[in-house]
Write a protein that binds this ligand. Structure first.
Ligand code: ZN
Ligand code: ZN
Length: 355
């Protein structure tokens, strides 16, 4: 094996640059993964690529100048001492944060909300936009044989997030579903919602290209371009009825408001989109409709693993929503396209990636 690898870093000025790094050696409880597919996430764009953002309770920006990307999938090529569950040659995906393993959230698999020492791939420790990634065995989820590496990369963030939101909202075959924001996470909500039994799904977005993509992939029954009339148009597309479930993937004030207003009495709402704020009339829209709102962030390691098995049984492939593939050398172009907000999912793939 050659000793150096390339990895992308994001200076925070809407560029991505490739740098050379030493190929790490797995220590105790760690595995080295050759990356075969690695997604670009909306959070990479808004919180790192456009500028390095801080979060409440954190000193300085959350991104620490490491190799970007928190959605890798690949092949385990080396394991460290004490690794017992994962073997060399395993096809795996990586859950996007390595938690302490001991706090109450880690013990239930929600490493994303770890209270102890933790580091997210692509934020505080080297991530997936590289040739190799060093991962904790704890973060690694086996990828079933019938799923592609690209499927795995998509599960490791967006589809996991979508699945959790739908579980929280208890989506089932008697529901109608409104999705506000039909980018990669919205497309994931549509694909999984359909697999979980929903027969009428209406999506809205500010991008006509994204609505067309969702329709062409047959993931939504109808698409509504955002306007002052988004809610009434969406309801019209739902045979004149409000929706029993709405999911916000837009992360905008207007998108969230639309999701809440489009929801029926006794309806459930999952808020998945990051950023911005929420302004809503409490009595008319929430209280008087007996609404349940779930604020949901990523998912747990066990649920992510459960999702990989469901995908096999449901015979659906997340890689369907990938519109553009790039190799690492074109990472800057890939980020610029992701930043345009017009595409489906963008994935960085290994040059020889034949899954
Ligand atoms: Zn992500
Ligand atoms: Zn923890």
């Amino acid at each position: 094996m050659h000793k150096k690898m390339k990895g992308a870093v994001l200076p925070g000025n809407e560029t991505a640059i490739l740098m050379e790094f030493n190929i790490p050696k797995p220590g105790n409880g760690q595995v080295l993964i050759k990356i075969m597919a690695s997604g670009i996430c909306g959070s990479d764009i808004s919180y790192i690529w456009r500028g390095h953002k801080s979060f409440e309770g954190m000193d300085g920006p959350a991104y620490k100048g490491v190799i970007s990307g928190h959605e890798p999938a690949g092949l385990v090529i080396q394991i460290g001492d004490g690794v017992s569950r994962i073997n060399v040659g395993d096809r795996v995906l990586v859950y996007h944060i390595a938690g302490c393993g001991q706090c109450v959230n880690c013990r239930s698999g929600y490493d994303i909300s770890c209270h102890g020492p933790h580091a997210a791939y692509g934020w505080q420790r080297n991530g997936g936009h590289s040739e190799y990634v060093l991962a904790e065995e704890r973060s690694v989820i086996p990828l079933p044989q019938s799923l592609s590496f690209e499927d795995g990369a998509l599960v490791s963030c967006g589809f996991g997030t979508a699945y959790e939101g739908l579980l929280r909202a208890q989506v089932n075959g008697s529901d109608t579903l409104f999705i506000s924001g039909i980018g990669p996470v919205g497309l994931a909500v549509a694909m999984l919602g359909k697999a979980m039994g929903v027969r009428r799904i209406v999506g809205s977005d500010i991008s006509e290209a994204r609505l067309n993509l969702a329709s062409n992939l047959r993931l939504i029954s109808a698409g509504v371009l955002n306007s002052e009339n988004t809610v009434s148009e969406a309801i019209k597309a739902n045979n004149g009825n409000h929706f029993s479930v709405s999911v916000d993937c837009s992360g905008s004030r207007l998108g969230r408001t639309n999701a809440l207003r489009a929801t029926a009495e006794w309806g459930r709402v999952a808020l998945l989109g990051e950023g911005n704020d929420l302004l809503i009339d409490v009595s008319d829209t929430l209280l008087h409709r007996h609404m349940t709102i779930h604020a949901s962030w990523v998912t747990s390691i066990p649920r992510m693993e459960q999702l990989t098995h469901h995908l096999v049984n449901w015979d659906i492939h997340p890689d369907l929503i990938i519109t553009d593939r790039f190799t690492l050398k074109d990472i800057d172009t890939a980020y610029k396209l992701a930043g345009s907000g017009q595409s489906g999912k963008i994935c960085i793939v290994d040059e020889a990636n034949q899954n």
